[in-house]
Ligand binder design. Structure first.
Ligand SMILES: NC(=O)c1ccc[n+]([C@@H]2O[C@H](COP(=O)([O-])OP(=O)(O)OC[C@H]3O[C@@H](n4cnc5c(N)ncnc54)[C@H](O)[C@@H]3O)[C@@H](O)[C@H]2O)c1
Ligand SMILES: [Zn+2]
Length: 347
């Protein structure tokens, strides 16, 4: 686990204090054009003058080996040695890729994550997974390595696109549903806009932290984090292939509804609990119609999902609100029923 997860309203002071304890030889900040514009202003001019910078192009399509080569080249040009540090200021793309570059440069140097999207704050920055996409395979090449520190500041979210904020919120909802019924009841009383991020984010991070600490390499328990993701990923991939991309969290929102339907069918949660979940999620995300012709395609996509063992599609479902299980085998027929159910919610 990272040496420290630091929640702050003053990222400059928190970072400077941390760096002064470490005595690094060189500092490289990695940003993209959006975080350069919106997030670097939270740091002082004098600090920015003392460090090196590397600006990469934003977007998942740049989370690849070509961009890594650019980053490694920059690190080499700045003559960074094994006592240098990389600071990633950005969303999950920067964190995953900048972390991967640091973890592999000269067999691994220190890095600090300063996540600036809600998704990267509550999800990507905890758990030690780093990586890049390769050909059409997402997160295909990577390593597990912990950052020296994660510095989380909710002020960054003020400049984040509303749709990106809403997408990250799906992981917050997921964490509450799988691990903390009280948090779920609190969250669902408020709209997205009215959430108190300084309470919600540390709480959500802590849930992921506890789960990943208990199972760092995804042998068992960590699978509960896949709730909403088996069918959710398949829905995300389907829309992507059709050139009608929806954001990760928007797909996971659908995934959480259909997989809650599965939990009802398996006898884990009640129909009323399903309604409570679907009503809140639809109030935030609306409803996306899934074409009938797509259902089989989506089900086939789950068969390629890496979570499956010996051909069975294994799900992480809600055992009850605030607790999840894993390795629950679900048939293609039941998956189809769940997607059909979702489509009937708002037709
Ligand atoms: N390592 C993990 O455990 C883990 C977990 C979940 C997701 N991920 C990865 O995270 C990535 C998605 O992360 P993301 O949703 O943060 O996407 P992202 O990094 O692409 O950021 C989304 C957009 O917001 C912009 N942005 C970031 N911070 C901003 C700010 N404060 N103000 C204005 N604009 C800002 C970015 O430039 C980008 O255009 C995926 O590649 C996914 O695989 C990793
Ligand atoms: Zn997710």
């Amino acid at each position: 686990m990272p040496s420290e997860i630091l929640f702050t309203r003053d990222p400059q002071t928190t970072l400077s204090d941390f760096l002064s304890k470490k005595g690094y030889s060189k500092v490289l900040l990695i940003v993209d054009e959006h975080t350069k514009k919106h997030c670097l202003p939270l740091f002082s001019a004098s600090f920015l003058e003392q460090v090196n910078g590397c600006v990469i192009k934003s977007g998942e399509e740049h989370k690849n080996l070509n961009t890594c080569s650019d980053i490694w080249r920059t690190m080499t040009e700045f003559e960074m040695d094994r006592k240098a540090v990389v600071i990633n200021i950005g969303g999950g793309v920067i964190g995953d890729m900048g972390g991967f570059c640091a973890a592999t440069y000269k067999r691994g140097i220190d890095f600090i994550q300063i996540p600036t999207t809600l998704l990267s704050q509550v999800d990507a920055s905890v758990g030690g997974k780093l990586g890049i996409d390769f050909d059409h395979f997402k997160n295909h090449i990577g390593v597990f390595k912990e950052p020296e520190a994660v510095i989380i500041c909710s002020t960054f979210l003020k400049t984040l696109d509303k749709r990106e904020l809403r997408s990250g919120f799906a992981e917050v909802i997921k964490h509450a549903l799988i691990a903390d019924a009280l948090a779920w009841h609190k969250i669902k009383e408020q709209s997205l806009e009215a959430q108190n991020w300084d309470e919600v984010i540390p709480h959500s991070v802590n849930i992921k932290y506890l789960i990943t600490t208990e199972d760092p390499t995804e042998k068992g328990l960590r699978k509960v984090l896949n709730f909403g993701h088996t069918l959710g990923h398949a829905v995300e991939s389907y829309f992507l292939e059709k050139g009608n991309r929806i954001l990760h969290g928007e797909a996971i929102a659908i995934g959480m509804i259909v997989e809650s339907f599965l939990a009802v069918e398996k006898g884990f949660i009640s129909k009323d609990e399903l309604k409570e979940i679907q009503n809140y999620i639809i109030s935030i995300y609306g409803h996306v119609h899934i074409p009938d012709a797509a259902l089989d395609e989506i089900i086939n996509l789950t068969l390629h999902d890496k979570k499956n063992e010996q051909g069975a599609v294994l799900f992480s479902l809600l055992q009850k609100i605030g607790q999840a299980n894993y390795n629950v085998a679900v048939s293609a027929e039941l998956m189809k029923q769940s997607l059909t159910y979702y489509n009937t919610l708002i037709g």
